[in-house]
Design a binder for this molecule. Structure first.
Ligand SMILES: C[S@@+](CC[C@H](N)C(=O)[O-])C[C@H]1O[C@@H](n2cnc3c(N)ncnc32)[C@H](O)[C@@H]1O
Ligand SMILES: Nc1nc2[nH]cc(C(=O)O)c2c(=O)[nH]1
Ligand code: SF4
Ligand SMILES: [Mg+2]
Length: 197
């Protein structure tokens, strides 16, 4: 059983898999406390109904895009071995969005690690990240991004994503940073421009 806040079929808006159809599974519960978090309604796990893993998997399997993004909240608050085992048994690719603040569980085709200053990631998760996506809220986040880039594998994709409310101010700095440090790429929350979930 997992606390399920919402599930929806949409287009992955962020990072490497941006543009791909995917079924989103948003689990409730997070204590990382990002003051700019765009889903604060997810934080209290008790607000979200415990839902059987098999039910979630059956819902995901109704859609033609055979990829699932498990997000939250912080999905790694929960052991995700059973959920991902069942998804993979049905031929569904498994992607996760995580802050890395809790132990890694589950079987993943793509791990997006988005480290937060408010509760730093566990050091043991970085080598498994396929994508490092750092949210840029202010100038100090570039140094935070470089610190984490040292911890990930050499083939990990590196993204800088403007914090939504500060995008007008930070995007020009990100553009400049990427042009000068081309190992980084820009990730935008494209779903917010497309007006989709
Ligand atoms: C809501 S979080 C849930 C997953 C996990 N707790 C995490 O933070 O990675 C999903 C993604 O949205 C990003 N995000 C959250 N609020 C944002 C905002 N205001 N602007 C830009 N990205 C944001 C997070 O960094 C994360 O990559
Ligand atoms: N379309 C879409 N793409 C996303 N990528 C990461 C999201 C998230 O909230 O984890 C998200 C989301 O909420 N919607
Ligand atoms: S870790 Fe993720 S869900 Fe938790 S507060 Fe930060 S952005 Fe929101
Ligand atoms: Mg989102």
């Amino acid at each position: 059983m997992l606390p399920l806040m919402e599930e929806f079929y949409t287009i992955q808006g962020e990072g490497y898999n941006s543009g791909k159809a995917a079924y989103f599974i948003r689990l409730g519960g997070c204590d990382v406390g990002c003051h700019w978090c765009d889903v604060k309604e997810s934080w209290d796990a008790d607000m979200h109904p415990l839902t059987a893993t098999q039910t979630i998997v059956e819902h995901a399997d109704q859609f033609p895009g055979k990829a699932v993004v498990v997000t939250g909240g912080e999905p790694l608050l929960y052991n995700l071995d059973e959920l991902t085992k069942q998804l993979k048994a049905r031929g569904i690719a498994t992607f996760i969005e995580t802050s890395g603040a809790y132990p890694l569980s589950g079987f993943w085709d793509w791990i997006c690690l988005s480290p937060k200053k408010f509760k730093a990631p566990r050091k043991d998760i970085a080598p498994f990240a396929n994508e490092l996506k750092v949210i840029v809220f202010n100038k100090s986040d570039f140094a935070w991004a470089e610190e984490h880039a040292k911890l990930v594998s050499s083939d990990c994709k590196l993204y800088l994503q403007p914090e939504w409310s500060k995008a007008a101010e930070m995007t020009p700095l990100i553009i400049d940073y990427v042009m000068n440090n081309p190992k980084w790429e820009i990730s935008l929350q494209t779903h917010k421009f497309l007006n989709i979930p």
